[in-house]
Design a binder for this molecule. Structure first.
Ligand code: MRU
Length: 340
């Protein structure tokens, strides 16, 4: 199912903050509404952020009253700055904006031709993401054996992409091949993407799912209840993968218990120009830690730290599954020289 659609200047997508209790669709018609949806995680997940970024620029083009191509490019650039400003860690957001902006700048034509090219490029990003996720699923399913129980963290599923998912795409492909697998989902505090989104998606698709709280992962691994871990990524750099806070801990636990730890992500998530120290980790509102939903769970007036992502060093990553191939640890030293 398509998670994001373009319909005559309107972007239609589920409001992920309402799931799983309400299946509500939002209609985004301005760049400001797109920025708000990204900031508040109505739209979330690295590949979906890439597509949303492209559509954000497309909305700016669609609504523009610019009189000259230069004026239009200036407006698109301003829209790009606003969109990029919403979240700093998932590189797909920046990649999506830049890809559509670069397309606009490459067109030597009328305003109408420029607008049409921008909208087409945004739609292309969405179409390509769908195809890439299916390819990731097919590539990654060779790593999954019949009878495996796979632990995942956060939501790298259909909801985090345009369609099918990355980590959950691998799980979906293995399931479609008839492998009798089971999934254990970490609930993923503070915003519960595992409980709210991964459990919702897998239940809907009839894939066996067991939900645990984050602090149970060590126990289930020590009991031999997990064969593999698969997660998505928000940014893959020369020496680490960035993903939802808690991923690093899961990777260290998997290493300790000799469990393969796999990362599934499209190449739009690779940012091989930088190292982990160069990446800004988003810090979100303290209320996400002091509250669960509307319920306050901590005293007032205490210090809160709420990083949304962490960096898992590549030494803990058994393989990175992308749309063209699987990278194994022997391939990581060449990342720096890789032209993607
Ligand atoms: O804060 P979120 O919900 O956008 O974080 C999402 C994740 O960390 C996902 O695991 C990642 O984006 C990969 S999605 C295919």
């Amino acid at each position: 199912m398509r998670m994001i659609k373009w319909q005559n200047g309107t972007v239609i997508t589920p409001d992920q903050t309402k799931l799983p209790l309400q299946e509500v669709t939002i209609e985004i018609q301005t760049v400001e509404q797109m920025a708000e949806a990204i900031k508040t995680l109505r739209i979330r997940g690295a590949p979906l952020l890439g597509a949303a970024a492209g559509f954000g620029i497309a909305i700016a083009a669609y609504n523009s009253k610019a009189k000259t191509p230069t004026q239009l490019i200036d407006e698109l650039e301003a829209a790009g700055i606003l969109i990029k400003h919403q979240r700093p860690t998932a590189v797909n957001l920046f990649w999506g904006v830049d890809r559509v902006l670069n397309k606009a700048k490459s067109i030597n034509g009328t305003i109408e031709e420029l607008k049409a090219a921008v909208i087409l490029e945004a739609q292309l990003i969405a179409d390509e993401d769908t195809a890439q996720n299916h390819a990731i699923g097919k590539n990654g399913s060779v790593l999954i054996a019949d009878g495996d129980t796979i632990l995942t963290h956060c939501n790298a599923g259909e909801l985090a992409t345009v369609e099918y998912g990355t980590a959950l795409g691998v799980i979906r492909a293995a399931w479609a091949e008839g492998k009798k697998i089971k999934v254990i989902a970490d609930e993923t505090r503070p915003l519960l993407q595992g409980a709210r989104l991964t459990a919702y998606e897998l239940k809907r698709d009839g894939i066996p799912i067991t939900l645990i709280t984050d602090n149970m992962a060590a126990h289930v691994m020590s009991k031999g209840l997990v064969n593999k871990v698969i997660v998505g990524a928000d940014r893959i750099v020369q020496d680490a993968i960035f993903n939802k806070i808690g991923t690093y801990g899961v990777a260290v636990l998997a290493h300790e218990h000799n469990i393969p730890f796999y990362v599934a992500a499209p190449k739009s998530t690779f940012d091989l120009t930088c190292r982990a120290v160069d990446v800004t980790i988003e810090e979100r509102d303290p209320s996400e830690v002091t509250h669960i939903g509307c319920q306050q769970t901590a005293p007032n007036d205490i210090d809160i730290y709420n990083p949304a992502f962490d960096a898992t060093p590549l030494k803990y990553v058994s393989a990175i599954i992308c749309e063209t191939q699987i990278y194994y640890p022997k391939d990581y030293p060449t990342f720096r020289k890789t032209k993607l």
